[in-house]
Ligand binder design. Sequence first.
Ligand code: ADP
Ligand code: MG
Length: 354
Amino acid sequence: MGQIELKGIRKSFGGIDVIKGIDLQINEGELVIFVGPSGCGKSTLLRLISGLVEASDGQILIDGDDVTGKPPAERELSMVFQSYALYPHKSVRENMGFALTVAGMPKAEITQKVDEAAATLKLEDYLDRKPKALSGGQRQRVAIGRAIVREPRAFLFDEPLSNLDAALRVEMRLEIARLHQKLGATMVYVTHDQVEAMTLADKIVVLQAGQIEQIGTPLDLYRHPGNLFVAQFIGSPKMNVVDCKGTGTQLTFGNGNTSDIARNTEGATKMGIRPEHMALCDANDASKAILTGQIDVMEHLGSDSFAYVNVPDVGLFTVRIVGHSDAVVGDTVGLHFASGDVHLFDASEKTIPA
Ligand code: ADP
Ligand code: MG
């Protein structure tokens, strides 16, 4: 139950191609996240799966059935939106059970299903309230509860946490993770927030301009981004990227500095290194300092410090330091990193294998 397959899916609106040929397999019980910048087609892709949008080309299979031309109701999927879309004049219980009431399910059965979902979502004490007497997080839980009681083949979430404040977002993120563990259901989840994607997903699908850039587990994408876009989209703060020229095993930077990084660099035009893979060192220690620069800005977050180091003619690097750092603005520092943590990209922005 809940296996979804997209084959050559395309969608254009008024002659503009928005989804440009998507092939994707979503396995039973998987939590798959579509992530990408605003406007890249995430919601459209989800709506294509739900049936709210009709495909211009391609096929959608659910559990092997071709549902491409079928209306939403026949696909047996439940969708949860960013705007909770609750009925304001109905109680939580009525909101959660509404689809079942419309479907003509016996009252006792509806009560039982709503009670079960309410227990899962810790909504037992709120069943008689109206939505306006609930917090944003509680409203979103009601919207999720309404989806659960229908026992869909899969859940589709479109940015369900975007309307919540930061603390509540983290809390609800955990709840969705728990819900996925408990229900074991297939979930397709859209977000523009890569942290949400990294923390929740079994499998991440990175989209850009209506196409898949890369599919993988969170750690696959973090460790082995296939191109510059994915490299910079996944990870926070984002990967530092500077121009360079690779020949043999050497990298030459914009300031003329050359470094042998003991791996194939041939054809590299850009080097990427994550903030957490860099360290400050003594600028005069030639055995460590690969580049030298000056600290532009220091940020102290308590758990971490971030040094922004300007290397003239090369670029600005963010360096993550665990805990406190005594470095101050204006210090001349060396930048150290291990060859194994370097990402190299060619002129077409594809990753050069190590
Ligand atoms: P995302 O959810 O990734 O932010 P969307 O899927 O909502 O992006 O939109 C992708 C692109 O398709 C956008 O350029 C948007 O303007 C366009 N689009 C979405 N729905 C429609 C529609 N019904 N008619 C015309 N253009 C649309
Ligand atoms: Mg959207």
